[in-house]
Write a protein that binds this ligand. Structure first.
Ligand code: FMN
Length: 181
């Protein structure tokens, strides 16, 4: 099975979850930023998994990314939000239509009741012909302000949960391939 995990991440938490999901999906899974995830690199993928941080209850926008850069959320003095990669929102808008399986995740402070960004991702992917194979997932960060640590830190156990979800997605894709063969 060929899978690609595409992510947006300003402080690295969503990137860490993307890598954990890829480890569960199995060897050879590509983990790509939005500028690396060209249509050519998606061409052979059976499954696309996309993820982003929750900003203002949804997908990051130019204005929430600007807020992040302005340290509204109290980042580490030496750690700037990385806005060098295009927003996932823009990447999704230009994604060529495809009949491909998909799944989505986000990271946020609200935990299991969140999903605002992941739901928005699924809505955009299905509008492009993609088929969701599982519910959107949220992985939880704690906001830390006024400390010498980065503002958003993954709670313990989140990467392990993400790896388990990746393994579950791989199983769903394999089962579908078997029943369709
Ligand atoms: C401008 C801004 C708005 C945010 N809004 C929300 C929100 O509505 N709900 C939430 O759970 N977390 C919110 N957060 C916290 C982010 O989800 C958190 O910073 C993110 O998970 C960190 O992921 P990253 O390290 O990959 O950038 C917000 C963060 C920023 C910077």
């Amino acid at each position: 099975m060929d899978a690609v995990v595409v992510y947006e991440s300003l402080w690295g938490n969503t990137a860490a979850i993307a890598r954990a999901i890829a480890s569960g999906l199995g060897e050879g899974t590509l983990v790509l930023t939005t500028d690396q995830a060209t249509p050519r690199r998606l061409a052979n993928a059976d499954l696309l998994v996309a993820g982003a941080p929750v900003h203002a209850m949804g997908l990051p926008s130019d204005s929430t990314r600007a807020s992040a850069t302005a340290k509204v959320y109290g980042t580490h003095p030496g750690l700037r939000a990385d806005v060098s990669h295009p927003p996932l929102r823009d990447w999704l808008d230009t994604l060529p239509p495809a009949e491909r399986l998909c799944a989505a995740f986000d990271t946020g402070i609200r935990g299991p009741l969140g999903h605002g960004a992941a739901r928005a991702i699924i809505a955009r992917l299905t509008a492009h012909g993609y088929e969701a194979i599982d519910e959107p997932q949220t992985y939880t960060v704690a906001l830390v302000t006024g400390s010498s640590e980065p503002a958003a830190l993954l709670l313990s156990g989140q990467e392990e949960a993400a790896a388990r979800w990746g393994a579950h997605l791989a199983m769903v894709v394999r089962e579908r391939a078997t029943t369709q063969a």
